[in-house]
Design a protein around this ligand. Structure first.
Ligand SMILES: C[S@@+](CC[C@H](N)C(=O)[O-])C[C@H]1O[C@@H](n2cnc3c(N)ncnc32)[C@H](O)[C@@H]1O
Length: 258
């Protein structure tokens, strides 16, 4: 299996086991305990935070254009983006996530697409705004960098891209991660034996790699975020400095030259 096939396999499993918890991993909500309305409300709050941040930095995407939510899951954030733009597309690697998102869709201007290719199934310059949060942190670094190139390709001139990554892992947390790798290895063995697994991998994408992947698009702003925290739960918060333990989340705001 290629890495993207493996990733799709993992997310199909996660979607089948408990899709909402796989997206927002609140320890108290595992086993189907997320209330759907509460879950979807976190998407509205997240987009309100992002839109008011974009206004504050004077970087407003064209609302008459199309928005892409990359790695949309069940549409938690996509459903909040749809009324803000003329058209809206959610893309996910998992067909089961897309089935669930389609069942929850409330908007005629919104559609969902499953794709596990590193080339996105869209024409050049299709989108006025591309948003992706808590997705690239689960994608192997090489593919995450390729997706950034694809975001630039599919963004219209003057279009805005906002995405979140984990920049790095603190030293103490790195040691803990090594221990966790052993557990992942056990998961791989289980998978080879055909048994079910829940394997949510984490990857970092440091700034030099991000800059190379974005080419001549302009990074207009970078924010530290709480997206690497265990209790993230969709409550997007901009931090004055990187977190001291665990993953260090960053949100980039990028504009494609006209
Ligand atoms: C933690 S969930 C976040 C979902 C959504 N962005 C949200 O915030 O509600 C990560 C999502 O990314 C999707 N995903 C992982 N790798 C992907 C890839 N290479 N391409 C597209 N989607 C991917 C997973 O299937 C999953 O639905």
């Amino acid at each position: 299996m290629s890495s993207l096939d493996e990733l799709r396999y993992d997310w199909e499993q996660l979607a089948e086991q408990d899709a909402l918890w796989a997206i927002l991993t609140d320890a108290t909500k595992s086993g189907g305990k997320w209330d759907l309305a509460e879950f979807m409300a976190t998407g509205k709050a997240e987009i309100a935070t992002v839109m008011s941040y974009l206004s504050r930095i004077n970087c407003r995407p064209d609302r008459k254009g199309t928005v892409l939510d990359f790695g949309c899951g069940v549409g938690r954030v996509t459903q909040a983006l749809a009324p803000e733009f003329a058209a809206c597309v959610g893309l996910d690697i998992s067909e089961q996530m897309i089935e669930k998102a389609t069942a929850l869709n409330q908007f005629r201007n919104c559609r969902y697409v499953a794709s596990s290719e590193s080339r996105l199934p869209f024409e050049d310059e299709s989108f006025a705004f591309i948003y992706s949060n808590i997705v690239l942190q689960h994608v192997p670094t090489q593919f995450a960098a390729e997706y950034l190139g694809e975001f630039v390709r599919t963004l219209a001139p003057g279009g805005v891209l906002v995405f979140g990554v984990q920049d790095n892992l603190t030293v103490l947390s790195s040691l803990l991660k090594r221990a966790r790798k052993l557990i992942q290895l056990r998961s791989r063995i289980k998978r080879a034996l055909g048994r079910s697994v829940t394997n949510m991998q984490m990857y970092c994408l440091p700034e030099p790699l991000v800059r190379t992947a974005l080419g001549n698009s302009t990074i207009v702003d970078i924010q530290y975020t709480n997206t690497g925290a265990k209790d993230y739960n969709g409550n997007l918060t901009y931090l004055p400095r990187p977190r001291l333990t665990g993953y260090s989340g960053r949100q980039y705001c990028v504009v494609k030259p006209r």
